[in-house]
Design a protein around this ligand. Structure first.
Ligand SMILES: Nc1ncnc2c1ncn2[C@@H]1O[C@H](COP(=O)(O)OP(=O)(O)OP(=O)(O)O)[C@@H](O)[C@H]1O
Ligand SMILES: [Mg+2]
Length: 256
C-alpha cells in the first residue's frame, strides 16, 4: 500500500515561560496508507493537535521528518498546503461572510470556479443541512452550524489528504452520522483522512487504523481489533482500552 503520510522520529518542544521546556511530541513515527481513515487518539495534552499542526505546516518540528502526499513538510510547505484541507480544533468560519460565500471563497482559493464551483457549493449546502441558512452570516449561526461550514469546506475540494481535529465537536448525532458516511465515501474514493476525536465510539465506527498517543509518544497502533486485543478486559470497547493504556503512565510523570 502506498503511504499518504510518513512520520519518523518527530519531536516538538515548546519553550515555556518560567518552567523551561515542554515536550509535546516526543519521537513519533508512523505512516498512513492512501485511502485510510486514520485516528490519532490520546488524552488531553497528549500532543494530537501539535502533531496535526506540524503535518499541516502551521508549525515546524524541532526534529524528525514528516511527509504528506509524498512531500516533506519542512522543505515544501506550500506544496503540502496545496494537497490538504484542514479543519482545526479552534477554527471559526469567516464570520462576516454568509454561509454560501464562506464555501465559494474557500473553493476559489483551491482553484475551483464557474459552474463546477457553484454546483459543488450547492451540493455541500444540501449535504450539511445549510440550504435554509445559505444567505445568513456565519456570525449569526449557532456553534454547531458554524462547525458544519468548516467540515463542508473540507468536503468541497478534492485534495488527497484531509485533516480533521475533533471534527464532530458540537455536531448533533444526526449530522454526525451523515458526516461519518461522507467521510467513508471520501476514503473509498482514495482520499486519506486523518482525524482526532475524544469520542471513542466515533473512532471505533470510523477508523481503519488508529494510533493512541500519550505524552507525545505512541502507545498503541493498529486497527480497532488489534487495539482492543491489548486490553485485559473481555469484550473491551475502544474506550476501555484507551483508559487502561493511558492510565498506565501516571499523570504528571512527564512535563506538564
Ligand atoms: N504553543 C504552545 N506553547 C507551549 N506549549 C504548548 C503549545 N501548544 C501546545 N503546547 C503543549 O503541548 C502539549 C500538547 O498539546 P496539544 O494541544 O498537542 O494536545 P492535544 O492532544 O491536542 O490535547 P486536546 O485533547 O486537549 O486537544 C500540552 O502540554 C500543551 O500545553
Ligand atoms: Mg487538541
Amino acid at each position: 500500500m502506498q503511504d499518504a503520510i510518513r512520520v519518523a522520529g518527530l519531536c516538538k518542544t515548546f519553550a515555556r515561560r518560567g518552567t523551561g521546556k515542554v515536550t509535546a511530541v516526543d519521537g513519533l513515527s508512523f505512516s498512513v496508507g492512501v485511502g485510510q481513515i486514520f485516528g490519532l487518539l490520546g488524552p488531553n495534552g497528549a500532543g494530537k493537535t501539535t502533531t496535526l499542526r506540524i503535518l499541516t505546516t502551521l508549525i515546524r518540528a524541532t526534529s524528525g521528518v514528516a511527509e504528506v502526499a509524498g512531500i516533506d513538510v519542512a522543505r515544501d510547505p506550500l506544496g503540502v498546503r496545496r494537497r490538504i484541507v484542514v479543519v482545526v480544533q479552534e477554527s471559526a468560519a469567516e464570520i462576516f461572510l454568509t454561509v454560501r460565500d464562506n464555501l465559494l471563497t474557500f473553493g476559489r482559493f483551491h482553484g475551483l470556479e464557474g459552474a463546477d464551483l457553484r454546483q459543488r457549493v450547492d451540493r455541500a449546502l444540501e449535504q450539511f443541512g445549510l440550504v435554509a441558512d445559505a444567505s445568513r452570516k456565519a456570525m449569526d449561526l449557532s456553534g454547531g452550524f458554524r462547525r458544519r461550514i468548516q467540515v463542508a469546506k473540507a468536503l468541497l475540494v478534492k485534495t488527497p489528504v484531509v485533516f480533521l481535529d475533533e471534527f464532530s465537536t458540537g455536531m448533533d448525532p444526526i449530522l454526525k452520522r451523515s458526516v461519518m458516511d461522507l467521510l467513508r465515501e471520501e476514503a473509498r474514493n482514495g482520499r486519506t483522512i486523518v482525524l482526532t476525536t475524544q469520542i471513542l465510539g466515533e473512532a471505533e465506527a470510523l477508523c481503519d487504523d488508529i494510533l493512541i498517543i500519550n505524552h507525545g509518544r505512541g502507545i498503541a497502533r493498529g486497527d480497532v481489533a488489534t487495539i482492543k486485543a491489548l486490553s485485559t478486559i473481555d469484550n473491551a470497547s475502544l474506550e476501555d482500552v484507551f483508559v487502561e493504556l493511558t492510565q498506565a503512565v501516571a499523570p504528571g510523570a512527564v512535563d506538564r
